[in-house]
Ligand binder design. Structure first.
Ligand code: 2P0
Length: 352
């Protein structure tokens, strides 16, 4: 650690910054969706959301302070980041530096194991891993709840990947000061009857191409123009209450029904935006038909879709291979993965 760092890094009640840190985080899939911000600067959403962190596709990110660097250097899967990706990481690091009272730029390496373009919440695992590594490297001394607030400022859904298993992200309030509003919006684990639920998520990758509309732009357009947005936001609050009860009971069929209707409602709000945002493709509907057929055949399987055409099917772990087989048969040649509940973000290796 450089003398300059030592001199400027210590704060009352804080810890001295480390020279570097590495963290790993997994993506999460929302069963009650986040769609729409009421404060874009602080990343405060209109609604609470609830997700399952996955045990596949981790992102590993290292952050090393570099006193000699004039700008942050960021590589994503070995390639230098440019443009919007670099700007988002650097803006996030500015927030960390402001809180730490440090000016040193950073060298960031991030390795994402999500297949390219899989539309599998890579910003959630990416910013959760970055938040945990950067907070450690800059010596912020945050607890897990504080890390969920910090990760939120990189990407809203990243707040939920700080924890493993089932996680709720509280929308919080925009009343009061910025600090009060920031404190009010955080993620925490939700109680679940794990043994009864024993869930799996079958992930069908239907389109590896880039999205036409970013989720950030699409949610803004939906909030601003869709007449269905406010009714969905109200019904989503009821869905969350019912979802919490269903998780506590370990009632997989109820969890799946609520998740599926919440997702379809979110997509309905987008379809009613002006102009419409349509992420669902013909292949999406083909998989949805196969899920309906599975239910007719007595298998508890329920679909959810995010800002892309890919479908994630919630089912019991014992049914996962049968569900994956039915989905593969519906869309031959497309990649289908099976995930379970995964761990929260953590520091890794020698930096721990
Ligand atoms: C979710 N999605 O709850 C929802 C459902 C997509 C559909 O969170 O603008 O990348 O960085 O806060 O978190 C995707 O949005 O958006 C998302 P920002 P984010 O998982």
């Amino acid at each position: 650690m450089s003398g300059d760092l030592m001199a400027s890094g210590r704060r009352p009640g804080g810890r001295a910054p480390d020279e570097g840190a590495t963290a790993v985080a997994h993506p999460n899939i929302a069963l009650i969706k986040y769609w729409g911000k009421r404060d874009e600067r602080l990343f405060l959403p209109w609604t609470d959301s609830l997700s399952m962190t996955l045990d596949i596709f981790p992102t590993t990110t290292s952050v090393r302070l570099d006193a000699a660097a004039g700008a942050d250097v960021v590589t994503l899967n070995g390639a230098p980041a440019h443009g919007e990706a670099l700007r988002r990481v650097s803006a996030f690091l500015d927030l960390v530096r402001e809180r730490a009272g440090l000016r040193q730029r950073a060298v960031v390496h991030s390795e994402n194991t999500v297949p390219t373009g899989a539309g599998l919440a890579s910003s959630a695992s990416g910013f959760a891993a970055l938040a945990v590594a950067a907070a450690r490297a800059y010596g912020l001394g945050l607890d897990a709840t504080g890390l969920t607030r910090l990760a939120r400022r990189g990407s809203g859904s990243a707040s939920r990947s700080v924890f493993g298993g089932f996680v709720v992200w509280h929308a919080g309030t925009t009343a009061g000061t910025d600090t009060e509003a920031d404190l009010s919006s955080y993620a925490e684990p939700v109680p679940v009857s794990h043994d009864a639920l024993d869930p799996a998520l079958v992930v069908a990758v239907l389109d590896a191409g880039p999205k036409e509309v970013s989720s950030r732009g699409a949610m803004r357009r939906t909030v601003d123009t869709s007449p269905l947005y406010r009714p969905w936001a109200r019904s989503s609050a009821d869905d969350l209450t019912e979802m919490r009860d269903a998780l506590l009971r370990g009632d997989l069929a109820a969890v799946g029904e609520i998740a599926e209707r919440n997702a379809l409602g979110m997509h309905a709000t987008m379809l009613a935006a002006r102009p419409a945002v349509r992420y669902l493709s013909p292949a999406t509907l083909t998989v949805l038909d196969s899920v309906l057929q599975l239910r007719r055949d007595g298998v508890a399987a329920y679909a959810t879709m995010d800002a892309g055409p890919n479908v994630k099917v919630l089912c019991a772990r014992a049914d996962a291979q049968r569900v994956a087989g039915a989905v593969r048969a519906a869309v031959p040649g497309r990649a289908v993965h099976v995930a379970g509940p995964g761990p929260g973000a953590r520091l890794t290796g020698e930096d721990e």
